[in-house]
Design a protein around this ligand. Structure first.
Ligand code: HEC
Length: 153
């Protein structure tokens, strides 16, 4: 082999060696950056969950305020006034809620809720159709339904 090709050969080996170690470094950097991104993502999801909790807290407060506002002046407010009893309790529609007021559910009757007639006969509990619908529409809103438990609980 000629002297000059040996020199070229050695230079090439040196060159490849440097490139290889550079690549290894870059790979290491990428791993470090990926790890950092991973941590940021975990932190971000933790923070957004905490925000969700805060938002839900606000909704629960709003639920109590709304129940007092909407039902406070009539007999319903005597029972539906705490974090457990404020409406909506379950994720049901306004018409399903109306049915419970008119015909009762197992739980409402067990808890002593009267069955409300839509007219005043002088002896039974009553609430007008329009009054009932309007009040329940103010409570069974998309926002407040987020605080309700599932229908079959
Ligand atoms: C004597 C107490 C009492 C009174 C008064 C009362 N309720 Fe109830 N109500 C209950 C109980 C107990 C339940 C069953 C709670 C459960 O399912 O966990 C209930 C359930 C309901 C539900 C179903 C809740 C859900 O989302 O699952 C609606 C709607 C409702 N009541 C509306 C009314 C309205 C409107 C009035 C007034 C016109 C009224 N209630 C008066 C005790 C009462």
């Amino acid at each position: 082999m000629e002297k000059s090709s040996i020199v070229v050969f050695i230079v090439c080996i040196g060159f490849f060696y440097f490139i290889k170690s550079d690549v290894a470094e870059v790979k290491q950097d990428i791993i470090t950056i990926n790890n950092a991104i991973g941590y940021v993502k975990i932190e971000q999801s933790a923070i957004s969950k905490r925000l969700d909790v805060r938002e839900l807290d606000k909704l629960y407060e709003l639920k109590l305020t709304k129940n007092a506002e909407v039902l406070g002046d009539i007999s319903c407010g005597k029972c539906h006034n705490s974090s457990d009893t404020a409406l909506p309790i379950r994720k049901i529609s306004v018409s399903e809620a109306i049915n419970i007021v008119r015909f009762g559910s197992e739980k409402s009757q067990a808890g002593g809720m009267p069955i409300y007639k839509s007219f005043n006969n002088g002896k039974d509990a009553f609430i007008s159709d329009s009054g009932l619908k309007q009040r329940l529409e103010n409570l069974y809103t998309d926002d407040l339904l987020r605080t309700a438990v599932s229908k079959d609980r």
